[in-house]
Design a protein around this ligand. Structure first.
Ligand code: BGP
Length: 469
């Protein structure tokens, strides 16, 4: 029997997480091709421009210019004591069109330098292979993940980066929030519907192709970097039944399964029995090739990385929406809400960690959790973000409680340790950082970096390995 875990393990991976497209900028430098994130002027929940509109401001094109500031930014992360730093490789820096014969050396070199810098500063890179960054050309030419051709292109990209960074990167994630194929298939998989299509058919077929690609990536990773761990990544903010009415409870379970099915497949290795009913009701017929199911069964995730921001509730028969924070239903009267309508629920994190560990029995990694808020700098330009400290403290206490419950948790990477562009809305105003970046929604500002009060708080948490929360 596992003994009682009363505190954070010695090797707990403390750190922070960003995504290439929300931070790097330099959207067309050094041979980078366009990727889907380049075409959303107001975030991934809103309009997508398949062709860039002249004169339109696209916030991610410059973002916070991490591409040129990463040394200074990582120095700040080191000052907080980060043991791990999560970012993505932007696929379109490596294969600008997605289907190129040869990789782009300048793109490869950038990530070499970036990972060297992290390692020099005592941080393990945790790398997402695809964080809403499918090369645009693959969308135009092949309809993105609708086509099985994408499996081959993705495998080639994975093999290239595994070989190149084998000595540097030991923690990998395949597709960021792959279960967002259901809520935001444009961002998650480059899927934009055509008139008259059965959306569910397209989503599940594309998801299937991604599952095969996921299995192939795991296979390649283990062959090329035997000491690496590669996980899957899901958006798993939680949903409670709105009441104890059995219909509320049952339909909430069904709804939750629409997310968990992605974990069930990539962790257990096979489609769960309840899929047959979902596909039957939605008139979905997924084409598989011989060998697909065997691949999926054989190459499963080493760990589950997930994002957790909030919870919501579900009432029987009511429509359901979702955004970058997860599913969104009927507001919960017991919880406080951010200006973006996200309901803060630290106990929900403990609940979710327990639920997931009971279901999967593999290590969990909280790879995104944080508070997006409006920060008002004082007359000296300093942000006093007690609300962020409070959010963080409460979620870390919940995480410590979950460790005591017996959940196996590898680490915690706070989302957006430095202000970046919001994925959902494209705003800079929605800030998560411990470090303020002087840039606004319209792209004005000096790009100067300044520590907020939460910086010292998190630094002390890491210094004491979570003893002082
Ligand atoms: C997740 C994404 C991130 C991220 C975060 C916060 O869905 O993986 O890319 O940005 O949500 O969302 P937002 O930026 O919309 O506040």
């Amino acid at each position: 029997m596992k003994s009682l875990q009363n505190s954070f393990p010695e090797d707990f991976l403390w750190g922070g997480a960003i995504a290439a497209n929300q931070a790097e900028g330099a959207y067309n430098e050094d041979g980078k091709g366009l990727d889907i994130s380049d075409g959303f002027p107001h975030g991934i929940k809103h309009r997508y421009d398949p062709e860039l509109v002249p004169g339109q401001f696209y916030p991610t094109h410059e973002a916070i210019d991490f591409y040129h500031h990463y040394k200074e930014d990582l120095a700040l992360m080191q000052e907080m004591g980060f043991k791990v730093f999560r970012t993505s490789i932007n696929w379109s820096r490596i294969f600008p069109n997605g289907d190129d014969e040869m990789p782009n050396e300048k793109g490869l070199q950038f990530y070499d330098d970036l990972f060297d810098e992290m390692l020099k500063r005592g941080m393990q890179p945790l790398v997402t292979l695809s964080h809403y960054e499918t090369p645009t050309n693959l969308v135009k030419k092949y309809g993105s993940w609708r086509s099985r051709k994408l499996i081959g292109f993705f495998a080639k990209y994975c093999e290239t980066v595994f070989r190149r960074y084998a000595g540097k990167v030991k923690y990998w994630l395949t597709f960021n929030e792959i279960n967002n194929m259901r809520r935001m298939p444009g961002a998650a998989g480059g899927i934009f519907f055509k008139k008259g299509e059965n959306h569910q058919q397209v989503v599940y077929q594309a998801s299937h192709n991604m599952f095969v690609a996921n299995a192939l990536a795991i296979k390649l990773c283990h062959e090329i970097i035997p000491d690496a761990k590669i996980g899957c990544m899901l958006s798993l903010s939680n949903v409670y039944p709105h009441s104890c009415r059995p219909e509320d409870v049952f339909e909430t379970m069904e709804l939750r399964r629409r997310s968990l099915l992605y974990g069930d497949i990539m962790i257990r290795g096979y489609y769960p029995n309840y899929m047959a009913d979902i596909w039957d009701k939605e008139d979905v017929h997924v084409e598989m090739e011989p060998g697909d199911e065997e691949m999926m069964r054989k190459y499963t995730a080493d760990y589950l990385g997930f994002s957790y921001y909030r919870t919501t509730t579900h009432e029987y028969g009511t429509p359901f929406y979702g955004d970058t924070g997860g599913d969104q239903g009927t507001p919960n009267p017991y919880l406080k809400t951010t200006p973006w309508g996200w309901q803060i629920d630290p106990l929900g994190l403990r609940f979710t960690l327990n639920e997931l560990y009971d279901r999967y029995q593999i290590p969990l990694f909280v790879v995104e959790n944080g508070l997006g808020q409006i920060d008002e700098p004082d007359e000296n330009g300093i942000v006093h973000d007690d609300y962020r400290i409070d959010y963080l403290r409460q979620h870390l206490m919940a995480l410590r409680d979950a460790l005591r419950d017996g959940v196996d948790i590898m680490g915690y990477t706070y989302w957006g340790p430095i202000d970046i562009v919001s994925a959902g809305t494209g705003e800079m105003k929605k800030r998560y950082g411990f470090v303020y970046v002087d840039r606004d929604n319209e792209g004005h500002g000096t790009m100067e970096r300044r520590k907020k009060d939460s910086f010292a708080y998190y630094q002390n948490v890491i210094r004491t390995n979570g003893q002082e929360l």
